[in-house]
Design a binder for this molecule. Structure first.
Ligand code: MN
Length: 260
């Protein structure tokens, strides 16, 4: 089997560089030849709740996934911490596009596949991350029943849009800082390797595929599993490809794209 996975693209608005990357990923012939295409969270920044406005704001994305579903391609989505409470958005999407098969789309906190004698675990990465107590409080709050209800039923779209623009500016500053210090990356990378080790003890698999850390990494554990993270997609400009159990990073853009 063949899987393609990407996360942490952080598309803020249609026409930005992140959207260019997301569309190039979805249009990539190698990605399109996968059995399953995984979107592992933080694809959008922000996308919260089932607001129909997203269909217009991210028209290119929704028409691209429509094309993929028309071709019978499967897309499996794991919500991140910048795109969540969006299950009902996809329910609406399939209500609008009655010619598409909703069984081609799945959403879950994680997915597990067995192929080529390997059990492969796909997630966003925040659920396995250790040593981040403030994040855990944030995550528990945003996924609480009350906020889920608010996001699905009451939260106005304009509020999410303005929160998105504010937090985009904050995370831009944070990322600039993050990428200026090499030692910071090593700490985050090692914490995720450790998190993968701890996860593996409770839940043994042969490969853990995730994102969230924004630190690209491929690590083979002495305990006999692989951990792979594609990092911040706008920096890595790659995606994770798993073909017959073999994991590699592949470039999102083909050479013909760069000639455009
Ligand atoms: Mn994240």
């Amino acid at each position: 089997m063949k899987f393609s996975a990407i996360s942490d693209i952080h598309v803020k608005s249609s026409g930005d560089q992140a959207e260019v990357l997301l569309l190039a990923f979805l249009r990539n012939p190698d990605v399109q030849s996968s059995d399953v295409i995984f979107l592992l969270g933080d694809i959008f920044d922000l996308m919260i709740g089932p607001h129909s406005q997203y269909f217009a704001r991210f028209q290119n994305y929704f028409s691209e996934i429509r094309n993929l579903f028309l071709k019978g391609k499967k897309i499996y989505y794991v919500e991140g911490n910048h795109d969540f409470h969006i299950r009902n958005l996809y329910t609406k999407f399939f209500q609008i596009h009655k010619d598409l098969d909703p069984a081609l789309f799945a959403m879950a906190p994680s997915f597990e596949f067995s192929d080529a004698n390997k059990k492969i675990y796909f997630c966003h990465g925040d659920d396995i991350e250790l040593n981040n107590p403030t994040y855990k409080i944030y995550k528990a709050t945003v996924t609480s029943f009350a906020l889920r209800y608010y996001a699905n039923n009451l939260m106005p779209h304009f509020l999410i849009k303005s929160i998105g623009e504010y937090s985009a500016e904050k995370s831009r500053r944070r990322n600039n800082k993050r990428y200026s210090a090499e030692s910071d990356l090593t700490l985050v990378r090692d914490n995720f390797r450790l998190s993968a080790e701890v996860f593996f003890k409770k839940h043994p698999v042969q490969a853990i595929v995730c994102g969230h850390s924004h630190v690209k990494d491929y690590y083979v554990s002495a305990n006999g599993f692989e951990y792979v993270n594609n990092g911040y997609a706008q920096h890595s400009k790659t995606y994770i490809s798993i073909e017959n159990g073999n994991i590699s990073f592949k470039p999102v853009f083909s050479e013909s794209d760069s000639l455009l």
